[in-house]
Write a protein that binds this ligand. Structure first.
Ligand SMILES: C[S@@+](CC[C@H](N)C(=O)[O-])C[C@H]1O[C@@H](n2cnc3c(N)ncnc32)[C@H](O)[C@@H]1O
Length: 262
């Protein structure tokens, strides 16, 4: 925790607000996505369900196929504990929604790590004609996510239960990826292999998002590795997650962004 605070402070003092940005693309990203406070109708419904599951004290057995939680170590977990510790925060999930919406990212969206399905619901609502593939290794967690999708009436989600690696190998997309959100199994080798799968299925409009880029030394190394790849033309580091763009640009650039307080 202490280390995370130090890392955040170092990020904060090197990050820029829109007042220090010259790139029109990044300026628009800040205004239209990062600082866009619009509340869509679907946000209310999703956050209502998040609140409900945060109060659900039923216990489920979790089969963790990833690098593991830093906060919970037991196999038997309360749904409320998972909801409070493992889910992406509202603001970041809404940024994913707003990116799909603003850039009109189409066709296939992939999420690695469904957990209770709250972020998946944002991805699915952003563009109902998209198909969302979300993979979750733990069956009992996936069952809760399925009930969330049912309650929200979401029909454009295919929830795949099993290991990321095996299921990515079997996942044949009928067109290129709009967006992929990598949010599970935070080891360096796994993150790089998921990123490479994404590149194979990407075109220049695809956006690749990696969560928790400062979660551990391995995740920081993964982020550094990704930024150096030739295919990667621009990155935006929001501390909580890293966003990768593949579109053609004159000069490759990396940005660290924070919201302006003015
Ligand atoms: C941080 S949570 C995902 C949170 C979710 N994306 C959200 O935004 O609310 C990570 C999830 O990935 C799953 N997971 C981790 N490693 C996995 C693997 N190798 N294969 C399948 N699922 C995995 C875990 O069971 C966990 O539910």
């Amino acid at each position: 925790m202490f280390l995370q605070i130090i890392k955040y402070l170092s990020f904060y003092f090197s990050a820029k607000t829109k007042y220090g940005i010259h790139s029109p693309f990044v300026f628009a990203f800040i205004e239209e996505i990062l600082e866009n406070e619009s509340n869509y109708y679907s946000f209310l419904a999703i956050e209502h369900i998040r609140k409900k599951i945060e109060k659900n004290s039923s216990e489920i057995i979790v089969n963790d196929l990833g690098a593991g939680s830093k906060k919970i170590k037991t196999a038997k977990r309360k749904i409320s504990t998972i909801a409070k510790t493992s889910l992406q925060e509202k603001k970041m999930a809404q940024i994913l929604f707003k990116m799909i919406n603003y850039y009109q990212l189409s066709d296939n969206v992939v999420e690695l790590g469904t957990s209770l399905g709250i972020t998946t619901a944002y991805l699915a609502n952003a563009k109902k004609s998209n198909k969302i593939y979300t993979i979750e290794g733990s069956t009992e967690i996936a069952n809760v996510a399925n009930s969330v999708f049912k309650k929200l009436g979401l029909k454009n989600i295919e929830l795949i239960i099993g290991d990321f690696n095996t299921n990515l190998k079997n996942l044949i997309l009928d067109s290129k990826l709009g967006l992929i959100y990598i949010d599970g199994n935070h080891t360096k080798s796994a993150t790089i292999s998921y990123f490479n799968w994404a590149l194979e299925n990407a075109n220049e409009n695809t956006i690749i998002v990696i969560d928790d880029i400062y979660w551990s030394k391995e995740m920081e190394e993964s982020w550094d590795y990704v930024k150096k790849l030739n295919e990667v033309t621009m990155t935006i580091d929001l501390f909580k997650m890293g966003i990768v763009f593949l579109h053609s640009v004159k000069v490759k650039e990396h940005f660290k962004l924070k919201k302006s307080i003015f």
